[in-house]
Design a protein around this ligand. Structure first.
Ligand code: NAP
Length: 436
């Protein structure tokens, strides 16, 4: 059996699942998993909302996969800068890109560039303590809009509406807690461009919205005419039925005054964001042929993510994905996860995706070209020569312990399991520290 060296870029769920499936489907393989960030877990560490411990818990199984020793992790290494395609060809038989989708899809309406109009992906990166985004976020709006009817819109709306103290038990960095605590927000308006039967939320996430402390859910009867939900309609799933029941129960619920309100509006097609002195003051929508205006001071666009192009790798600008067929990009080059199929689906869905890519890679093994420098030490020497301050698995174990230690040491009204280290240089320093 040919001995195989494979590099994976992107240490989020897609990359780790691909590595794990490859390790169990081809015996004679050595896998190096790179990430541009110093720590592993990608979307789970930097995309899943901090108050979703159940989903964050997927980290435990990913940890086991990396701790098994079958996949070697190296962080703080960027494809195209620290390792170029020619380097990959020199050191590996194949590369798999699992770099995900971290940008916001563009909303092409007037006023989108105004101050106070934000991409949800940027806000998520801020509250999840991503090292490459500014540490401050202007939370000074009382009336806020969230555009989109997917789970990211729900995450953003919930985090904006929630009392900061209810987030303190999570791993949010201190500046995020302080920022949310000072937020004067009173009303969060979520706008869907289609009707309540066409929401892209999932039931657990929708139900959770109705359980947020001191937040009243407001629905509008104009969006729910008699027979608004047709059980028999094509494409209706059990999930839709459950969500229709949740919405109906909210419609029947008595209004209870709360500190903050979360409004769900439907059939609102975004038309224009308007402002004064460069700042957002409101937004115009079209609802069934009629124009509606809402005074707002901030607008979060949660209308989908978009993938980023990688140097020298064929990219579909319209879809935001690497051009591929079943994960095959070019000889020796593969893709998996959101950068392969677009930013849709839950984390578990990337497993079947990885299976397809790996099946194709294994089928291609005999055609893969032997690299000139297949030893791990040769890649690491190249990185060192270029002054790349890469982290490794032992380093992550130290950083992990450090963050858990910060959680234990936290003195306050609540127990905290972990407090995240945000700064990139500090993460690298802790990963390299001796004697921890
Ligand atoms: P999504 O589920 O695709 O939702 C995007 C939303 O934006 C849709 O409601 C879409 O409306 C709307 N939209 C798109 N273009 C628009 C436009 N020009 N104007 C107005 N609305 C527009 O995407 P997502 O929320 O970014 O989530 C991505 C994936 O991650 C999803 O599979 C999601 O379930 C998953 N996720 C899961 C969780 C969780 O499990 N807790 C949390 C976050 C994300 P249409 O339906 O009309 O196209």
């Amino acid at each position: 059996m040919k001995s195989l060296r494979v590099a994976i870029f992107g240490a989020g769920p897609a990359g780790i699942y691909a590595g794990n499936i490859l390790a169990s489907s081809y015996e004679n393989v050595s896998i190096d998993l790179f990430d541009s960030l110093p720590a592993p877990y990608g979307l789970i560490r930097y995309g899943v909302a901090p108050d979703h411990p159940r989903i964050k818990g997927i980290v435990n199984s990913l940890h086991e996969m990396l701790d098994s020793g079958k996949i070697r992790f190296f962080g703080n290494v960027e494809f195209g800068k620290d390792l170029k395609l020619e380097d990959i060809k020199r050191h590996y038989h194949a590369v798999i890109f699992a770099t995900g989708a971290i940008k916001d899809a563009k909303l092409r309406i007037p006023g989108v560039e105004l101050d106070g109009s934000y991409g949800a992906a940027d806000f998520v990166s801020w509250y999840d303590g991503h090292p490459d985004v500014p540490r401050t976020w202007p939370l000074n709006a009382e009336k806020v809009a969230v555009l989109g009817n997917g789970n990211v819109a729900l995450d953003v709306a919930r985090v904006l509406a929630k009392q900061a103290d209810d987030m303190l038990a999570t791993d949010i960095p201190d500046n995020v807690y302080q920022g949310l605590k000072a937020s004067p927000v009173t009303d969060v308006h979520v706008f869907g461009r289609r009707g309540p039967a066409d929401i892209k939320f999932t039931p657990i996430e929708l139900r959770e919205l109705g359980e947020v402390e001191d937040v009243e859910i407001v629905l509008y009867s104009e969006d729910f005419p008699e027979g608004w939900f047709n059980e028999e309609a094509e494409g209706v799933t059990n999930q839709h039925r459950v969500m229709a029941r949740i919405l109906n129960s909210w419609l029947e619920r008595e209004s209870t005054p709360a500190k903050r309100r979360l409004h769900l509006h439907f059939w609102h097609q975004p038309k224009e964001i308007f402002g004064e002195n460069g700042k957002v003051t409101g937004m115009r929508f079209e609802r069934n042929g009629e124009l509606r205006e809402y005074p707002l001071q901030a607008i979060y666009r949660a209308i989908g993510y978009f993938g980023s192009e990688l140097p020298e790798i064929p990219f579909d600008d319209a879809k935001g994905v690497i051009v591929n067929e079943g994960g095959r990009v070019a000889p020796g080059i593969y893709a998996t996860g959101w950068i392969k199929r677009g930013p849709v689906g839950l984390i578990g869905h990337t497993k079947s995706d990885a299976m397809e890519t790996i099946e194709n890679l294994v089928a291609d093994v005999e055609t893969l070209i032997d690299p000139e420098q297949p030893e791990l030490q040769q890649v690491l020497a190249a990185l060192k020569e270029r002054g790349v301050d890469y982290t490794d698995w032992a380093g992550w174990l130290k950083l992990n312990q450090h963050e858990l230690g910060l959680g234990t040491a936290f003195e306050g009204p609540i127990e905290r399991e972990r407090v995240k280290v945000v700064d990139r240089a500090e993460q690298v320093r802790i990963s390299h520290a001796t004697g921890i």
